[in-house]
Design a protein around this ligand. Structure first.
Ligand code: ZN
Length: 152
């Protein structure tokens, strides 16, 4: 289904809002997980920090970054979604978002899970921008992989 023009406007507004006022836009004092990502195709950069509570849920998220609106809005929206999730749940969200970027139809369940991230669905029509949308998520995957390696 092609999004209607009105929906495109709404989505553009969500992306611009997160780009101009990024959420959780600060690094953490002592993050349990940390990684840096770079997208050479566009010059986008992200540093992502996560802190975990006693039972392994994400209880704080922060990032710094620079680059295009798609990359920075995507990571800003992502940080809001990660709070209170386990690392497994965070990985599952990453999988869902990648499926959408790869062309999967967005189901109501996915929309519930992803919230404002659905605003980025239109990016899949522009292959060079998909790397922008995925940068924060790729950085999250790296951070989780490093953390698991250190805690095995
Ligand atoms: Zn970009």
């Amino acid at each position: 289904m092609m999004p209607s023009p009105d929906l495109d406007d709404l989505y553009a507004e969500i992306i611009l809002d997160h780009y101009k006022s990024p959420r959780n836009h600060h690094l953490l004092d002592s993050p349990a997980l940390s990684a840096e990502g770079f997208n050479p195709f566009c010059g986008d950069r992200v540093v992502l920090n996560l802190a975990l509570d006693d039972v392994g849920r994400i209880d704080a998220v922060g990032f710094e970054g620079e680059g295009c609106s798609i990359s920075q809005a995507s990571v800003s929206i992502m940080t809001g979604l990660l709070k209170d999730k386990t690392l497994e749940e965070a990985s599952a969200l990453n999988t869902t978002f990648r499926e959408i970027m790869a062309g999967a139809e967005v189901t109501a369940v996915m929309e519930d899970e992803l919230g404002e991230l659905a605003a980025l669905e239109g990016v899949k029509q522009f292959p060079v921008r998909i790397k922008c949308a995925l940068l924060g998520w790729a950085t999250l995957v790296d951070a989780i992989a490093e953390y698991r390696k250190a805690h095995d």
